[in-house]
Write a protein that binds this ligand. Structure first.
Ligand SMILES: [Zn+2]
Length: 78
């Protein structure tokens, strides 16, 4: 599952959608839903940044996930 997915309120590990800081134990500042995504934000500044252009951050998350998925499916890791 995605490291940016905060749709489960009890998730032990999620990354801030803006600064990618690791957030553990549900200690996020805020959770925001944007389209299909529920993201976690670590602080007021990141929340403000996300709200100013949510589309850009969601696209970045999608790109990061695509890259990581591609890497994890690489035959080199088998
Ligand atoms: Zn942050």
């Amino acid at each position: 599952m995605s490291q940016f997915d905060a749709s489960n309120a009890n998730c032990e590990y999620v990354q801030c959608a803006v600064c990618e800081k690791t957030i553990t134990g549900g200690k996020w500042f805020a959770r925001l839903k944007h389209g299909e995504f529920m993201v976690a934000l670590c602080c007021p500044l990141c929340t403000e940044a996300f709200e100013s252009k949510p589309g850009a951050y969601v696209r970045r998350i999608e790109t990061l996930q695509f890259i990581r998925d591609a890497q994890s499916q690489s035959p080199l890791n088998e």
